[in-house]
Ligand binder design. Sequence first.
Ligand SMILES: *[C@@H]1O[C@H](CO)[C@@H](O)[C@H](O)[C@H]1NC(C)=O
Ligand SMILES: *[C@@H]1O[C@H](CO)[C@@H](O)[C@H](O)[C@H]1NC(C)=O
Ligand SMILES: *[C@@H]1O[C@H](CO)[C@@H](O)[C@H](O)[C@H]1NC(C)=O
Ligand SMILES: *[C@@H]1O[C@H](CO)[C@@H](O)[C@H](O)[C@H]1NC(C)=O
Ligand SMILES: *[C@@H]1O[C@H](CO)[C@@H](O)[C@H](O)[C@H]1NC(C)=O
Ligand SMILES: *[C@@H]1O[C@H](CO)[C@@H](O)[C@H](O)[C@H]1NC(C)=O
Ligand SMILES: *[C@@H]1O[C@H](CO)[C@@H](O)[C@H](O)[C@H]1NC(C)=O
Length: 437
Amino acid sequence: MATSSLLLVLALQLSGALAHNNGLALTPQMGWNTWNHFGCDISEDTILSAAKSFIDYGLPNYGYGYILMDDCWQAPARNATTGAPIADPTKFPNGVASLADQIHSLGLKFGIYSSAGMYTCGGKFGSLGYETIDAQTYAEWGVDYLKYDNCYNEGQAGTPKLSYDRYANMSNALNATGRPILYSMCNWGEDGPWNFAPTIANSWRISGDIYDNYDRFDERCPCTSMIDCKLAGYHCAMTRIIDFAAPVSQKAGQNHWNDLDMLEVGNGGMTYDEYVTHFSMWALLKSPLILGNDVTNMTNETLSVITNDAIIAVNQDANGSPVERMWNTPISTGGTLSLWSGSLVNNTYVIALLNTSPDAQTVSVNFTDVFIDQGPSYQAGTYEIYDLWQKDDAGAWGASVGTYTGSIPDVQIGTHQVKVWKAEPTSSVSRRDLSEL
Ligand SMILES: *[C@@H]1O[C@H](CO)[C@@H](O)[C@H](O)[C@H]1NC(C)=O
Ligand SMILES: *[C@@H]1O[C@H](CO)[C@@H](O)[C@H](O)[C@H]1NC(C)=O
Ligand SMILES: *[C@@H]1O[C@H](CO)[C@@H](O)[C@H](O)[C@H]1NC(C)=O
Ligand SMILES: *[C@@H]1O[C@H](CO)[C@@H](O)[C@H](O)[C@H]1NC(C)=O
Ligand SMILES: *[C@@H]1O[C@H](CO)[C@@H](O)[C@H](O)[C@H]1NC(C)=O
Ligand SMILES: *[C@@H]1O[C@H](CO)[C@@H](O)[C@H](O)[C@H]1NC(C)=O
Ligand SMILES: *[C@@H]1O[C@H](CO)[C@@H](O)[C@H](O)[C@H]1NC(C)=O
């Protein structure tokens, strides 16, 4: 027990030291991106309005810091003389550097988008072959973050080496600018980026694009697993991305995260319970939390989901350790019931129960399953349990629901609901385990 804990600590430190070393994304990045709500219909005004709403709603207090401009910011062509990228002069009459300045003056960071291909997904000029001048220009403009897509890649994919070389090129170009720029790879999980990207990128997308739907199967997102998937596609429903993430969750850590794609919370395609599941599982799997709704016009319900600071604290926990799926049981009427658990700093734990079936379920959460990795003393321990989607008497998320030994018995969970608990060993258990070290 003691030995395996120490090995785990050493392994985590090692993976941190070997991860993409630009000093950024020590915890998963948080912010907002134009794409899910606005698509190509963006302008300086769209982006500045969102940044101002960030301040009005106090979102930076919760950790949201990046304002990200996705595709379709570009002019029809590069500068014919220098090859430098140019922004669309109608949408961005004052240029990108001015926009970045204004966002910085609000205390926020600014991100841009391009594709490791001949064109971007929206058909604008891509960065393949222009990595150096693009990275330099972004740095001159004051860019803090690059989302780097995979469209029109000229066939430079299909093996990890081809994908690695194409994405490492931009990673090197960003590094050479001397400006710390968070590098968010978006190659849709092709060629297994969880294996080759940790040393070159701060995060990598693991699947085709999300769409604002709970569980609909769509032929445009044809794979049932991303391991050896030959066509990542798009229109991937939210719970399908959770399934994609389950086996690769182990690959993420400090500076190098699995990106489950931008959030759809507030965009209208899912119910409150479904968005609670979406936000919770993204947080627990340590995905970047990038809002994708219209943050200038949010309902109170949307705002309450995205500002659950107990859930955000799990995402931003300094251990950087994603939850693992401990079991996943099919339900005869469809969907599954699954148990997830992970460790947090200070010898505390996070547990989630997820019901994707169409019916309510009753199940006991057995600590033998929760603490598979921690062993018998933890399995027999007593824990104070906090429900991170219940508010306590003072109105703070994370009400205590009591002390439990062996299991949390007879948990009732509605259709498409999630339960997220934090488990704190009672002091006697904590002392006993510390003395074992
Ligand atoms: C292209 O770059 C040159 C040299 O920096 C500059 O003089 C010119 O104004 C640029 N053209 C456009 C359209 O930005
Ligand atoms: C990146 O690619 C460009 C052209 O595609 C090439 O000239 C350059 O040498 C590459 N840089 C690195 C660091 O691989
Ligand atoms: C560039 O890479 C080196 C080596 O990993 C690292 O020490 C440095 O901080 C990086 N610089 C930037 C600006 O990313
Ligand atoms: C704000 O959102 C509501 C729906 O929640 C919508 O009816 C309304 O048109 C939106 N207003 C603006 C200005 O987008
Ligand atoms: C949203 O919350 C604010 C502040 O708590 C309150 O003033 C407002 O009435 C609420 N709006 C709705 C539609 O419930
Ligand atoms: C962990 O414990 C330390 C020392 O007691 C404390 O300062 C810190 O706030 C705790 N961190 C969390 C996330 O609870
Ligand atoms: C937990 O699981 C173990 C092993 O399957 C079993 O022996 C034990 O009775 C279970 N405990 C509870 C409280 O369900």
